[in-house]
Design a protein around this ligand. Structure first.
Ligand code: HEM
Length: 382
């Protein structure tokens, strides 16, 4: 494939653009390549998700998403990897190298205005979280070290429905920067999305290595949206988080939306789902929420417009005293939310990574993670 030079840095995506385009199934998918896809991925390629909707969204995807059949992709040859050499033979891994990857991701976030609300940012945050949130501190299994969602067993977990859009996005970036591990790339994607959509700086460092299919996390490690506070604690305590961190991390639901054909739930949490802010907490506290009247899974909608939604797990944050005090804090002061989200998200992205993976980085950087620049900062300083 011919690599295109990255387009000029785009300014941060804001505002809500919701354009749903439905079309006939993707006849254009090359039949040979299609054979590489697992059953579930075929379903997704055809737009038949958990809701059974046999339609496709977004013009790019109408001609079939980029196939994950390259190195390390689903159906492709298994890939090992640690950060390696660049095409010109020089060693990869300086801060400038990762800033370059950051910029390439940032410049493509809004490459397809018909995709959801106009940005891939939210689904990239979800990929980073689902790649990391499988961690079990007792057994030391799961977590962001491995990018094992490249393989069918984990890609096909119900919780990961729809993440093929994010993985395909990242495959294109990986073709530009083959020296970066998928595990570093996917976690970096979460950082880029949060920072570019107006959220806090998220300290991040490289060092994750990709692992083989046998390291796929077992199903059932990610939270279900239709459960309550006990479930939230079971899931997040298992990763090593506390109540305050559960609430902070849930604030990522400022971004993006639920898709009927992915999770079965429907709608965004706030009016501007491509802006990272503390609106989610304000809405939780101030909107009257009622059950959505439909034959779908149990969820809430705002009484006034019925256009916004909350999951049962979101509502648990205001129903449980220990959670609610943090909702109050974050609604009152966005900077407190930003600070605590940044810290918890940075921790999340390193779950399951053996400390020795960071040894070289530690030695070179005296323990300081990278804080990469936003595209806006770079534009202002040039
Ligand atoms: C607290 C437990 C959580 C539950 C039950 C939950 C559940 C869900 C569900 C059902 C969706 C909709 C998926 C779809 O239909 O496309 C979703 C989307 C999303 N979640 Fe969560 N989530 C949780 C925590 C988190 C955390 C910790 C993060 C990140 C730190 C996160 C980030 C996101 C984002 C950004 C989206 C939007 C994705 C998109 O627009 O494509 N979630 N979540």
């Amino acid at each position: 494939m011919t690599l295109q030079p990255p387009p000029p840095l785009s300014s941060r995506a804001t505002g809500t653009r919701t354009m749903l385009m439905w079309s006939a199934p993707a006849l254009a998918i090359a039949a040979g390549a299609f054979l590489y896809l697992s059953r579930e991925d075929k379903k997704e390629t055809l737009g038949v998700g958990s809701g059974g909707v046999s339609k496709l969204k977004g013009s790019k995807h109408n001609s079939g998403p980029t196939l994950s059949s390259g190195p390390g992709g689903i159906g492709g040859p298994p890939m090992k990897g640690t950060a390696g050499s660049k095409a010109d033979g020089t060693k990869a891994g300086s801060k400038a190298d990762y800033q370059e990857v950051y910029n390439a991701i940032a410049s493509k976030l809004d490459k397809d205005e018909n995709y959801d609300d106009g940005s891939y940012g939210p689904v990239l945050v979800r990929l980073a979280w689902h790649a990391s949130g499988t961690y079990d501190k007792k057994s030391g299994t799961g977590g962001s070290n491995g990018a094992t969602m490249r393989f069918a067993p984990e890609a096909n977990h119900g919780a990961n429905a729809g993440l093929i859009h994010a993985r395909n996005f990242m495959d294109e970036i990986h073709q530009q920067f083959p020296w970066i591990t998928y595990s570093d790339l996917w976690t970096l994607g979460g950082v880029v999305a949060v920072q570019e959509l107006g959220g806090p700086k998220v300290p991040w460092r490289p060092g994750r290595s990709d692992r083989e299919e046998e390291h796929c996390a077992p199903d059932g490690r990610l939270p279900d949206g239709d459960k309550g506070h006990d479930h939230l604690r079971d899931i997040f305590y298992r990763m090593g988080f506390n109540d305050q961190e559960i609430v902070a991390l849930s604030g990522a639901h400022a971004l993006g939306r639920c898709h009927k054909d992915r999770s079965g739930f429907e709608g965004p949490w706030q009016h501007s789902p491509t802006s990272f802010n503390n609106e989610y907490f304000n809405l939780l506290l101030t909107e009257p929420w009622e059950f959505k009247k439909w034959d779908g899974p149990k969820q809430y909608v705002d009484k006034a417009t019925k256009g916004l939604m909350m999951l049962t797990t979101d509502m648990a944050l205001v129903q449980d005293k220990s959670f609610k005090k943090h909702v109050d804090r974050y609604a009152k002061d966005e900077s407190v939310f930003f600070k605590e989200f940044s810290s918890a998200f940075s921790t999340l992205l390193e779950l399951g990574v053996p400390q020795e993976n960071f040894k070289n980085f530690e030695a070179d950087h005296s323990g300081q993670q990278y804080v990469l620049k936003t595209t806006a900062e770079q534009e202002n300083s040039s």
